[in-house]
Design a protein around this ligand. Structure first.
Ligand code: FAD
Length: 453
């Protein structure tokens, strides 16, 4: 008997219920990854994500080879390719991780009916991509939690499934495969210069280091942008190189239970359960009836390039371009700056994040953007993050700004946050732009647009 494991957002051998179930259902297993034309057509195969993905696949293949097997690569429409491999190997079952996006749900439905037409079965496994499956906890009479705090209360009280190790052996039947895809064949274009390395091995190494020497200080240091004191595990969680169940389980074993860190992982599940219940939430428009987002291509370009004249905003945008990753506090303040201070459509910002972030996903990117823009779930729609106040609180010495904005490297201390206050001669020599907008005017514009004045 043969079973297929169709890898999607679960590119790992450890704690993978999909792989485990397939191995216990059949003597041999086809570990299949399809370079899916649908994902590419949806604009998700960017150079940064392609670079990370190709490393994930190479690492997964190495892990499988060490266990007597190998990864099977196909390319094209995921449903057609999976059915083709099932026919070639006469597999009775295809095993797949449940996903929350509209795309994942359609993929699942299409695959189920295409397999059934051939007398084969799709088996979907939960708690692979998220710690708790969407819908595992629900408010009475509703399809999902719309507010985080009550969700978190219920989420925390649930027992997670037990963590499992990696299999010892994976026997793969004879089946043809394409070569492992190089980044350039997945997406043309240049990746950011300082991307994290992809793959389960690297993810596990980082997780072990984080649990050893980072997580205990998370509660007090996570918002300090210069300290860089968050886990940076998001790309590994996104591609499934790490299991959220295992990350939470191991974090909870720390003295004190690493509650602040675990809470962030609950945010991840929270957005997934909103999206699973309301797939259209990813594309929701602004919610007030009378306001209209502003359109100003030059302003948008300045935001993207990190030349707005607000040093903390520019530092964050340049970190994104350089690393394909950005600190959470920085994501919040640049999103607020774009959608509230400049009053641009959040979807422009979300698109730019998707173009560059390794960890960009529909649930966390689109819904966090809406949370910041005041158009989404559990939101304080009228809260505006003043970039200057944020900078003083979360980068008091200006270290984060000097790291990313070399024009300002010679400006000492917190003065770096307001270069417009420097003497004119010195300011001119910096070669750094003046502020794109006046903050009081921008705030007044925002309040008018939202009908608050
Ligand atoms: P840590 O602080 O170490 O947190 C641990 C893990 O918890 C993260 O790896 C992540 O999986 C999860 N997490 C933390 N904060 C959040 C949050 N607010 N929402 C959901 N999950 C969270 N996260 C993504 O994974 N993908 C995205 O596309 C994404 N887009 C964002 C867009 C905006 C505008 C904002 C404000 C936030 C976004 N986030 C996104 C959430 C958060 O910024 C990142 O998960 C976090 O910065 C990743 O860094 P870390 O791994 O060091 O996080």
């Amino acid at each position: 008997r043969v079973a297929i494991v169709l890898f999607t957002a679960d590119l790992r051998l450890h704690d993978n219920p999909v792989l485990r179930a397939a191995l216990s259902a059949a003597e041999s297993v086809v570990p299949l990854f399809v370079v899916d034309s649908g994902v590419r057509d949806a604009g998700f195969t960017t150079p940064n994500r392609a670079a990370f993905l190709s490393e994930c696949l190479a690492d997964l293949d190495r892990g499988l080879r060490a266990r007597g097997g190998h990864l099977v690569i196909r390319e094209g429409d995921v449903v057609r390719e999976a059915c083709r491999v099932a026919a070639e190997t006469d597999a009775a079952e295809v095993h797949l991780a449940g996903g929350s996006s509209g795309y994942a749900q359609r993929r699942e439905d299409r695959l189920r009916s295409a397999l059934a037409a051939d007398g084969r079965r799709l088996r979907v496994h939960d708690a692979v991509v998220t710690a708790l499956p969407p819908g595992a906890v629900l408010p009475s009479g509703r399809s999902h939690f719309a507010v985080f705090t009550p969700y978190y209360r219920r989420w925390s009280a649930e027992r997670l499934r037990p963590v499992t190790g990696a299999p010892r052996r994976v026997a793969v039947p004879t089946v043809s495969t394409l070569p492992l895809p190089a980044a350039a064949s997945l997406a043309p274009g240049t990746a950011s210069p300082a991307l994290a390395r992809g793959g389960e091995s690297e993810g596990r190494r980082r997780l072990a280091a984080w649990l050893r020497s980072g997580v205990d200080a998370y509660a007090v240091r996570h918002d300090d942008m210069a300290a860089d004191a968050t886990s940076r595990l998001s790309p590994y969680l996104h591609f499934g190189c790490l299991s959220p169940v295992e990350v939470i389980d191991r974090a909870r074993r720390r003295p004190g239970g690493a509650e602040a860190f675990v809470r962030q992982l609950a945010w991840r599940d929270f957005h997934h359960q909103v999206l699973a219940a309301v797939p259209g939430a990813a594309a929701r428009d602004y919610r007030t009836r009378h306001d209209r987002w502003r359109t100003d291509p030059e302003e948008l370009a300045a935001w993207k390039a990190g030349v707005t004249g607000f040093p903390v905003v520019d530092a964050a945008m340049r970190q994104l371009a350089h690393e394909g990753w950005m600190h959470n506090r920085a994501r919040m303040l640049v999103a607020s700056f774009l959608t509230k201070t400049l009053y641009h459509d959040w979807r422009e910002g979300a698109r730019h994040f998707t173009d560059l972030l390794i960890d960009a996903d529909v649930a966390n990117n689109q819904l966090n953007w809406q949370w910041m823009a005041g158009t989404g779930t559990d939101t304080r729609p009228h809260r505006v993050l003043n970039p200057l106040v944020q900078a003083r609180r979360f980068d008091p010495e200006g270290e984060y700004v000097r790291r990313w904005v070399p024009e300002l490297a010679g400006v000492a201390g917190g003065a770096v946050h307001q270069p417009w206050r420097l003497e004119a001669v010195r300011r001119e020599r910096l070669g750094y732009p003046g502020p794109l907008v006046g903050l009081p005017d921008a705030l007044a514009r925002f309040r008018r647009a939202r009908g608050l004045t």
